[in-house]
Design a protein around this ligand. Structure first.
Ligand code: CUA
Length: 348
């Protein structure tokens, strides 16, 4: 009897593991999370530290493991000989003591020095006046993305200019609305925490247009693992076009009036803002801004591809795709669901 719950959790674990490739396949192309393929200055300098640390620790590992293996082999008991005496015991050697005290200290200081230099270089880089500034606010379990100079509010996908010369750096102000999160895009920058009541900084200068994926890297509750993040690097022209698209208000889209009324009659507006929808929906920041929802690639901070079927399933019950997330199932009737989804699909 006692085995039953254990078997059940084992079955759950196995099915979760089997489900992983399916989830990954669900995500759009290009997702690489490899720190050894950096495509921005901060990530590149961190890669060089990582290689240095691997080299030093690898050297120590080979040295220590080699000495152990040699000692085991060299001083093994020859077969057929049964010796019960202890080997000669050596007590104290000043030279050895000094060597194994001084050498590790030197190694530690070299690692501290190299790391401190890179950290200072990344942190002290001051933004050129023209640099794009983006504020990122961590929420359980999604990312709010603000472009103060453009008046744009979006979520989970950070569009930035990307040029091969790295001249288009984006400066990020990192904040949190609730608990500690951590911003991490392995190909672009190291992990930087988002801490309540504090602003941290990071910057990225992607060298290639494309999608860079990342993750919250600090355990922040049930759906921490699904707090996914993507940076969309664009050539400056497409980035400019994107900002113009994002600055449009939702009311500009056709058929918005009727659908908007349905949306506003439901509890959705308590958490989600849609620019242009009037008083009732302005300023709510509990959930992601939906003004240009259909221009995003994913739903639920990266758990689902943004397709009409997934959108319907998500609105119907977000707890299926993201159990524990703070958006409840609104228990909409099929008719309400159809109307709300049809309205959301106009948000381009
Ligand atoms: Cu946010 Cu983990």
């Amino acid at each position: 009897m006692a085995l039953e719950p254990r078997m059940r959790s084992l079955t759950l674990l196995v099915s979760a593991l089997l489900a992983l490739p399916a989830v990954a396949a669900e995500l759009p192309e290009n997702h690489i999370t490899n720190i050894f393929k950096p495509l921005a200055t901060p990530a590149e300098s961190e890669k060089s530290i990582a290689l240095l640390v691997f080299a030093i620790t690898g050297f120590i590992f080979v040295g220590v493991a080699g000495l152990i293996a040699y000692t085991i082999w060299r001083y093994r008991q020859p077969s057929g000989v049964h010796q019960h005496e202890e080997p000669p015991q050596v007590y104290g050697s000043n030279q050895i003591e000094v060597a194994w005290t001084v050498l590790p200290i030197l190694i530690v200081f070299v690692l501290i020095g190299v790391s401190a230099r890179v950290i200072a270089a990344v942190e002290n880089a001051s933004p050129p006046a023209a640099a794009l500034k983006v504020t990122i606010i961590g929420h359980q379990w999604w990312w709010e993305v603000l472009y103060p100079d453009y008046g744009i509010i979006t979520a989970n996908e950070i569009h930035v200019p990307a040029t091969p010369d790295g001249k288009n750096a984006t400066y990020l102000q990192l904040q949190s609305a609730d608990v500690i999160h951590s911003f991490w895009l392995p190909q672009l920058s190291g992990k930087t925490d988002l801490i309540p009541n504090r602003t941290n900084f990071m910057w990225i200068d992607p060298r290639e247009p494309g999608i860079y994926v990342g993750n919250c890297a600090e355990y922040c509750g049930t759906q921490h693992a699904n707090m996914l993040l993507r940076v969309v690097g664009q050539d400056p022209k497409s980035f400019k076009a994107w900002t113009i698209e994002q600055q449009r208000r939702a009311v500009d889209s056709p058929n918005a009036a009727e659908g908007g009324a349905v949306f506003q009659s439901l509890a959705c507006v308590n958490c989600h803002n849609i620019s242009g929808l009037g008083q009732a929906s302005s300023g709510s920041k509990f959930g992601p801004d939906l003004t240009h929802l259909m221009l995003r690639q994913t739903l639920g901070s990266g758990v689902l591809k943004n397709t009409p079927e997934n959108l319907r399933a998500w609105v119907n019950d977000p707890q299926v795709a993201k159990p524990g997330c703070l958006m409840p199932s609104m228990k909409l009737t099929p008719d309400e669901l159809t109307k709300v989804v049809a309205y959301l699909e106009t948000l381009k």
